[in-house]
Design a protein around this ligand. Structure first.
Ligand SMILES: *Cc1c(COP(=O)(O)O)cnc(C)c1O
Length: 404
């Protein structure tokens, strides 16, 4: 092959990456060298970790670790097939039954991730004659699911129930199915979706109600049952999605609802049908995690104590943690809004040099001009670690002119 004369058909990628570099928003992946923990080593540097979704410290909980090891010894490392062929192990069924009981619903199906749970579910039961009414800040996996379904997408302003109702009203005489869909907790701002109002709107217009509780499972509601429990909306949300990858500490996503919904997804959700199921260790880890949620309330209590302390102290330092033009966070996610994308990325790099990992998030993940450092509290950060992190944030913030 005359490789010397072949032009690179992917050279446009280099150009686009150069554009990111010019804008200051190009990043390298930070590599974790030890466990996912409140203090850990990224790229050879010890840092206080304010960036993980490990809300309850479950990534290293001894009972979960032991469950994973025991399942690996007993059942091996892989499931060997997709669920519908030969890859449904007893332990997968046990996990689904456990989650269904925990969430107080008829049935549950576990997917490989929260992303595939959302994308696979929305696209399975809607088609081009149907309508989806969706919060403008819903997670990317919901948006992709909506697009895959080919249904018509009507976006409503963030948390604006009246606007959602307007959108539902605008298609009420159309024959297609209607789906109203919202995140339970929004991942970039940490605010909670207005479930009571949305459920009322869905009921008024006969729409299917769906909530993605990825950031609220293990965080909100009794023993971490999520926003539906937090608002006492049991029986009014037709489709509940959750993740096993955040507070639960392992990997996976799930959908909860009626037995028929779950049976339908078994037959029609493409990631369920065409992608291999979890290794038994993952299912065992998640079963143990739900046991721990029910028996060790101290993790959630500590998570919320740390969250209250962190929000109060960040506010006292003078950082913009949302509230005026950006929703104020009501959860362990606290954004430090900087605005400019380049300044945000520089701030994040400088914090890292000083021993604090706070991920910078810029456009297109958040709107232009709303770039931020997103901090996430966990139950296992100590007071001393948080105080050290605050000291670094203050010092670097002043040096860079972010704090007055
Ligand atoms: C993280 C997240 C997901 C994806 O969950 P994974 O299990 O990581 O794939 C879905 N929805 C929301 C709102 C999320 O924050």
């Amino acid at each position: 092959m005359p490789t010397a004369t072949r032009t690179n058909p992917l050279s446009f990628l280099t150009e686009q990456l150069d554009e990111l570099k010019a804008k200051g928003t190009h990043f390298k992946l930070r590599v974790l060298e030890d466990e996912q923990a409140p203090v850990c080593t990224f790229d050879g540097k010890r840092v206080i970790n304010l960036a993980s979704n490990n809300y309850l410290g479950f990534t290293t909980h001894p009972k979960l670790r032991e469950a994973a090891l025991a399942a690996t010894r007993k059942y091996g490392v892989g499931s060997g097939a997709v669920r519908t062929i030969a890859g449904t192990m007893k332990i997968h069924m046990e996990l689904e039954e456990k989650i269904a009981r925990f969430k107080n619903v008829e049935a549950c199906v576990v997917f490989q991730s929260g992303f595939t749970a959302n994308a696979g579910t929305v696209s399975s039961f809607l088609g081009k004659d149907d309508f989806i009414v969706s919060d403008e800040l819903n997670h990317a996996s919901i948006i992709d699911g909506c697009r895959l379904s080919r249904a018509k997408i009507l976006v409503f302003r963030h948390k604006d129930v009246a606007h959602a109702e307007e959108q539902l009203a605008s298609v009420k005489n159309q024959p297609g199915k209607k789906l109203l869909i919202s995140d339970g907790v929004f991942s970039m701002d940490g605010d909670i979706g207005p479930l009571p109002g949305l459920c009322e709107a869905a009921e008024k217009y006969g729409a299917i109600m769906m909530v993605d509780d990825a950031h609220s499972s293990g965080v909100l509601g009794r023993q971490g049952r999520g926003t539906i429990d937090h608002f006492s909306m049991h029986g009014r949300v037709d489709i509940q999605v959750g993740t096993l990858s955040k507070a639960i500490g392992a990997l996976g996503g799930y959908v909860c609802g009626t037995r028929d919904l779950i049976d339908f997804l078994y037959h029609r959700a493409r990631p369920f049908l065409f992608s291999t199921s979890h290794p038994p260790s993952v299912a065992a880890t998640c079963i143990a995690a739900f046991d721990v949620l029910e028996t060790e309330p101290q993790w959630m209590e500590q998570l919320w104590a740390n969250t209250r302390f962190w929000k109060k102290e960040l506010g006292l330092l003078g950082f913009n943690i949302g509230g005026q033009t950006t929703p104020a966070s009501e959860t362990p996610i606290t954004p430090i809004i900087i605005g400019d994308g380049r300044l945000t990325m520089d701030f994040s790099r400088e914090l890292f040099k000083e021993g604090v990992l706070g991920t910078g998030i810029a456009s297109p993940t958040v709107p232009e001009g709303k770039a931020r450092i997103r901090t996430i509290m966990t139950a296992t950060h100590t007071k001393e670690e948080l105080q050290r992190a605050l000291e670094v944030l203050q010092r670097v913030g002043k040096k860079m002119g972010i704090l007055g």
